[in-house]
Design a protein around this ligand. Structure first.
Ligand code: ADP
Length: 518
């Protein structure tokens, strides 16, 4: 019988929290990798770009791992560090375009070129290392090109199975075939329906990087079970639904966890008065004082990117409705869309010095923690939501979620007034359509509960705070998937020379008899 014990798992991604984070992606990579790392039989590594804002000198155990390795003729340096308990490789291209010397992670005109280069350079590094990999785990469009490159161009890298996680299908990485030529591929040869040709009927000459990841990977993991179903439909499939339906047998939805060491109100360095379930009321009052608002009702708010996906028009509506009903509204968010940002700037002017409103538009981790702690209700009116972390964080901080029931929100928030849901699962409020009227009706229900049924409200708050949203369960599911893939490959013998070949056992753990793989 085949028993896989030791596993070398390599993640390639654009983000890793807290040193390179713009949203959920970075948090998910660190949470999953840290949990995987806890099991000694897993050798876990993560490769991310070395962005210029990352101060290597401040990271623990930093060393220059490879001073110079080439990618399409350009030099690169690989740094290695232990961050948040994870073995992190930071890839620094010495390319004249200064790809990761931009003072930001995304939002450059040449984002596609930057991440296409990074994808190839990451594989050049793995080739140079020449150590067998059991699972190569890619995340989102940024590194999806690794999948076709691995199969077509880097056959010598010994990878048993390739996994792609889809954190958000909306972002696909569309480019021209010449962009692939630029890193030594024959772009035109990938422009076919069964390879990387974009599925949108208007863009037949475009390459779609995420499609490449989906097509060439052995398993595709959307970040919640409901989202895994939704993306098979034209409504949520962003024109990739047909491709996804074709390979539905390799799709498994796995809900994200959250890093409970980062998100713990009882040990939160950003809170002057940390609190737990028994002191939640006092803890909230203390942090609310810092905002100097004077509501007569509950504190409602959101911590979010202000992009169309997140329903900015509904967030504005929630703000107005909350004020009208006597609550206070806190919003931390910013928008990469100038028109949306301009609109929210106007709102800030309009509500300047308003005793019920606090609006802040930047990326501010400490403030995010304070806002979660201050809120009674966290609103997430997203039109679609692959998983969503803020509703989970909100619950751990004693804020009941009010959400549009879609994707991961549907999988984690269960309406407290829906008699068809078992009582022990009810933990917030949901609305089934992302419309102003549906959301407002739900807000009204939430306000009613807060003022008229305080004991029910508080028992729901406690239930949320007691929830286990840790990475333990999701990691078990990922490990189950990894093992299934490896077992399948070992049976079909399809994989490249495998790391369970004793002659390929390079890692010290592999040398130990009990850790050999059969
Ligand atoms: P997405 O990844 O789509 O942005 P998620 O809900 O999965 O949404 O994750 C959002 C994460 O980013 C949460 O940890 C949230 O606290 C954080 N976040 C979002 N906006 C800000 C901000 N302006 N400042 C600080 N943290 C933010």
């Amino acid at each position: 019988m085949y028993i896989q014990k030791f596993m070398r798992i390599v993640h390639i991604a654009a983000e890793f929290a807290p040193i390179a984070k713009t949203g959920g992606l970075g948090e998910v990579i660190v949470g999953l990798c840290r949990e995987l790392t806890k099991q000694p039989e897993n050798q876990v590594e993560v490769i991310i770009p070395r962005y210029d804002h990352i101060e290597l000198a401040k990271l623990p155990n930093t060393r220059m791992e490879i001073p110079d390795f080439k990618c399409i003729g350009y030099s690169n340096t690989m740094w290695n560090s232990t961050v948040e308990g994870c073995n992190l490789h930071l890839l620094e291209p010495r390319h004249p375009s200064g790809y990761f010397h931009r003072g930001r992670i995304y939002g450059c005109e040449d984002d596609l070129t930057r991440f296409i280069y990074f994808s190839r350079a990451a594989l050049e590094y793995l080739k140079e290392k020449n150590e067998p990999i059991d699972i190569l785990h890619l995340h989102d469009w940024h590194v999806s090109l690794c999948a076709p490159m691995l199969k077509d161009l880097f056959k010598e890298i010994k990878v048993s199975s390739l996994v792609l996680s889809i954190h958000n299908l909306e972002y696909q990485g569309k480019c021209a075939p010449v962009d692939l030529d630029a890193i030594g591929l024959d772009g035109q040869s990938y422009l076919t329906a069964d390879k990387l040709q974009d599925d949108h009927p208007s863009f037949p000459t475009s390459i779609n990087l995420l499609k490449g990841g989906i097509t060439y990977s052995d398993a595709v993991v959307p970040v919640s079970p409901s989202y895994a179903q939704e993306i098979l439909t034209p409504k949520f499939g962003f024109n990739l639904d047909a491709t996804l339906r074709k390979c539905r047998s390799k799709i498994t939805g796995i809900l994200n966890g959250i890093d409970e060491t980062l998100w713990d109100p009882s040990h939160d360095p950003h809170l002057k008065v940390p609190y737990c379930q028994s002191s939640v009321l006092r803890g909230k009052i203390e942090v609310q004082k810092e905002f100097q608002l004077k509501p007569t009702g509950p504190w409602v708010g959101a911590v979010t990117r202000l992009v169309p996906q997140k329903g900015p028009e509904l967030i504005e509506e929630a703000l107005q409705k909350t004020i009208e009903m006597g609550g206070s509204f806190l919003l931390l968010g910013s928008s990469p869309f100038p028109t949306i940002q301009a609109h929210f700037n106007q709102l800030k002017q309009k509500y300047q010095n308003h005793p019920q409103v606090f609006l802040e538009y930047n990326y501010n981790e400490p403030l995010a923690h304070k806002i979660y702690a201050a809120l009674d209700y966290l609103i997430v009116p997203s039109h679609f939501e692959p998983c969503g972390l803020t509703q989970l964080i909100g619950m751990l901080y004693g804020a009941l979620p009010i959400v549009h029931a879609t994707g991961g929100l549907k999988d984690t928030v269960f309406d407290c007034e829906n008699s068809q849901i078992p009582i022990h699962k009810r933990n917030g409020f949901t609305f089934s359509e992302p419309t102003k009227s549906a959301m407002n009706d739900t807000l009204k229900r939430a306000f009613r509960l807060f003022s008229a049924e305080a004991s029910t409200f508080h028992s729901l708050v406690r239930r949320g705070m007691e929830s286990d949203f840790s990475w333990k369960n999701p990691t078990k599911q990922y490990l189950k998937l990894y093992r299934k893939l490896i077992k399948l490959k070992s049976k079909t013998g399809q994989n490249n020379p495998k790391s369970d070949d004793p002659s390929l056992c390079k890692h010290p753990l592999n040398i130990m008899p009990n850790n050999c793989r059969k």
